[in-house]
Ligand binder design. Sequence first.
Ligand code: GLU
Ligand code: MG
Length: 429
Amino acid sequence: MAETVLVGGSIVDMSGVARGKYVPAARLDAFHKVGMGASPSWSVFCVDGSIAFTPELGVVGDNRIRIDPANLHTVEDGVGWAPGDLHLQDGGRSPMCGRGVLTRVVEDARSAGLTARVGAELECTLLSADGGHASTGPWAPYGVRTSLERSALLVDLTVAAERAGLGLEQLHTEYGHDQLEVSLSPTDPVSAADDVVLARIVLGRVAARHGLAVSFSPLPFAGEAGNGAHLHLSLADADGRPVLDGGTGPHGLTPAGEAAIAGILDALPGLLGVYAGSALSLRRLVPGNWAGAAVCWGLENREAAVRLVGGGPASAHGANIELKVVDPSANPYLAVAALLGSAVAGVRAGLSPADEVAVHPGESGRELPQLPASQSEAIDALEASAVARDVLGAPVVAGVAAVRRREVEVFGSQPLADTAEALRLAWSC
Ligand code: GLU
Ligand code: MG
């Protein structure tokens, strides 16, 4: 393996964009112990490069990005990368550190007797180097041909992922034109969110070697398929027994499993601004897109916000919950924290979910709870959500609201096609 010459470390801001610093390898120890400087306003940088300053997050002060050398991954010849934590100058964690928020939520889950594993799916769209469509020929969703036409890239991606220590479950061409999906292996929640950033880096570098770019926008082209960032969550009790399987409830759910689903669904409208909060997100989140636009759950129901994936011989990792509403504009640490935190809140409160929806939700004849209908409504709902405040902390809620409100101002009255073009590479690494 080539020697590491350059070391990068990054954090993810409130608008879901990863931002980083790089040092010569000889400075790795300083990156670890002292950290590299970043203005507090980094947390509220916006997708268009503007800054949504808040009274607390301005031009004065300094934060430190610190990395753990044990987490270094080779992402290119000579280049190592590690996920960063955001610290204050006095050494404590910044309340805006998404990785820190998630670490706290994982500990809180443990104190409620629950251990979580998370696996992320990454949908993305291959682009030409100048950001247009990568190909023009006919497309076959999930086609054998469309994957094989990209086999050189997929082989390179498999090799690069292995070199980076990134666990891949599956990779294939998706429904949308030039769309790829890469599913990552389940792991502990913090590592799962780290892996989302690592996978975006690896995918971006491999695509560049093939003369392509890659979009992680929820809607790269107006009127075409959207990219999801579905999260899979499994939970075990203090004795290591799965709570989503082996019980006496529907499909083997235990009472804690049912309560977790209820907690996730109850909090969903208030957390939408975290899961799918960008100026483009709601254009993806419509019925028929398999994006989970209906606030309900159902066994293997791909139109339900929460798809219960059953256990048994057809499931490599056991029963799990797939939250489909999440898109790649979300900060992965905050999205996983929201998912796990709302599940734990449901368990603590002993909630029961409404009955499952076993058909297309539009044909169920049921009045389901509504998601916010606009980006502004999603921001308002986030600010009003007690679960969001408890799980993410008030500073993070205020930061997310600030950057998304800026998006409403900048993109709210602009034609969708222009916004899609402006943001096509916003979340790429
Ligand atoms: N592309 C869809 C989305 O935006 C998901 C399709 C699938 O179920 O894989 O969520
Ligand atoms: Mg998919």
